[in-house]
Design a protein around this ligand. Sequence first.
Ligand code: ZN
Ligand code: ZN
Length: 313
Amino acid sequence: MLTPNVHSAKIVAETLSTCGSGSPYRPSSQCRACRTHGYDAECRSRSSLGYFWHVTDFHYDDSYGKSGQSCKIPVSNPGLFGTDYCDSPLRLIEDSIRTMAEIKPEVDFILWTGDNAAHVSKREFSLKRNLYVIQTTTSAIKQKFPDTLVIPSFGNHDFFPADYTNGTETAFYDAVCHIWSPWIQEPEQMQTCRRGGFYSRLVSPKLRVLAVNTVFYLKRNAKSKNLTDPATQFEWLEDTLAAAREAEEKVIVSAHVPPTIPSPTVFHWFYPQYQRRYVELMTRFSDVIVAHHYGHEHSDTFKILQRHDGESA
Ligand SMILES: [Zn+2]
Ligand SMILES: [Zn+2]
């Protein structure tokens, strides 16, 4: 059974606390000091710990309990909350989100790193059904977290056919970015979302999240195999990271397919030309990027991203 991966994380106060008008990364002890200089309200609002959820890979099978199209073997008596060999019923997804809201309803934002559709063959699937699945999971999150900023990104199982995109699927990107428009509101964010499913979002005065569409770089994606920069996302990433450095912001990268090796195997998810460029870019900005969050592997792992020459990580 594939269960949704759900994680919560603390944003450490010593790293991200801000107060007053000086350095944005003062430790909380200095923040206490700035209260005595009339910044009490600002200190209170900015020096406390922050929290976010990371949720990914719902893989909603809307045929669960009926034809069970994602099931690897025939299942005669499927469980209410899922069963071995099948993707998720809606009940499991809704219950996971309800539990998130019970454990920690007040979070600063939610990272949602894609893969909403089930592992169903393209003969049985359609673009219309794909959009229905994304609309359903979006509504499930919105219902339990109506006032929380959610930062969705695209997984390979969000496209129809799965894995297949090079940025030219204008109608698809338009439709999904519209579904996510309660959270992607700025014209610039909507523009890059519609161009290729990526955008930048400031989540606090000095912390930015970049939602990146790494499905472009996935080896299974035959449509992007011979390109160099689908939807010019690399160009945008470099410009956005440089602007963040200039503005003394820190960045969290949120995406679906990771630029790493799935343990214990020894292949990369990305095509070689994208792997080299992505790792070079991300490690060049390692002073700006505080964390990467990815989905896709259906397991909890920590990895260190190291440049090919071993110079930086
Ligand atoms: Zn997945
Ligand atoms: Zn995936």
